[in-house]
Structures are given as C-alpha cells and as structure tokens.
Design a protein. Structure first.
Length: 173
C-alpha cells in the first residue's frame, strides 16, 4: 500500500468581509496534486469553534457532615454549609454549513482542479446557536462561538485527509 504524506495542495480564495445570516460565501478552491491522487470527496465547510462552560456548585462535606466542617459536634446542625464551586470549560469544533464540490475524482500532477463553491449561511441558524439561545437564562451553563473558519477539506484515497482553514467573520445576531 502506497501512502502519500503530502498528496495535494489546496488554495482557498474568498472575499474577506463580515458575513451575516442569509449571505452566501463565494469561494474558489484550487486542488494542486503532487502526483497521481484519488479524491473520494471534497467539501467547503463553515466551521465554528465552540466554548461550552458549566459551573457546578456542591457541598464540601466531610464524614460527619456540616458540623464537622466547622469543628463542632456531629450531632448538631448549623446554618452555614460551605459550598464548593467548580467551572468546567470544553472547546470543540462543529461544522455548521457545508457544500460538497467533488466526488470520486482522479487528479494528476500538473492538472490543477479549480472549483467555484458557494456556501449559503442559513436560512436556519446552526444547532449550536439555538442551544446557546436556550442557555441564555441559565446562570450555570453557557455556549459561545469563539471564532469561525472556512475550511476546504479533501478526503484522499491512500493518503491523509487534507484541509486548509482560514478565519472568517460571521455574525448571526
């Protein structure tokens, strides 16, 4: 089995401007093979980096309960129970919109493959934005989109998947 470490180069060109819900991103994707390459599929994706934050509160109890935390008798109760707070943050990425522009194609060295690809932002909000809106009133949980990327991705046969990512401004409010 032959495995190519750098099967192809990808050039991504699009207008650098802020995009809103309902806009279309017009991009040109150029695939430059470094030899004979088979591509299963290639797509242009709008990717969001998502930060999920959750705050948890709990009682920091010892074996004897709240009274032993204060150094008192385990058989008495007190009004003060110390609380322990922990914040957990997870970062992930999610493809919000996608457009496939190539399927089952054989490319050869010197034969660049140029594709005009459009991604329509909308008409519906991405699932993660709807989740974030649901959590707006929750003081203990939140979801925020930290940044957006436009990504050209190629699924290569007998080689690593290849992609190029560039930051893009997207405003969905």
């Amino acid at each position: 089995m032959v495995f190519k470490l750098e099967p192809l180069g990808i050039l991504l060109d699009f207008e650098r401007k802020p995009y809103r819900l309902g806009d279309t991103i017009n991009a040109t994707v150029t695939l430059t093979p470094n030899g004979s390459v088979e591509v299963r599929k290639a797509s242009l994706n709008l990717v969001a980096e998502i930060l999920r934050t959750e705050v948890r509160m709990g009682r920091a109890m010892d074996m004897g309960g709240s009274a032993t935390l204060q150094g008192g008798n385990v058989f008495t109760t007190t009004d003060y129970i110390p609380m322990q707070q922990s914040t957990e943050q997870k970062t992930s990425t999610e493809i919000c919109y996608s457009s496939q522009f190539l399927t089952s194609e054989s490319l050869g060295k010197g034969n660049d493959s140029r594709h005009k690809v459009d991604i329509k932002i909308g008409p519906h909000l991405p699932k993660v934005v709807l989740e974030a809106k649901e959590l707006e009133r929750d003081a203990n949980s939140s979801i925020s989109i930290e940044q957006w990327w436009i990504e050209a991705h190629a699924d290569v046969v007998r080689g690593p998947d290849w992609s190029v990512r560039e930051k893009i401004q997207v405003k969905l409010n």
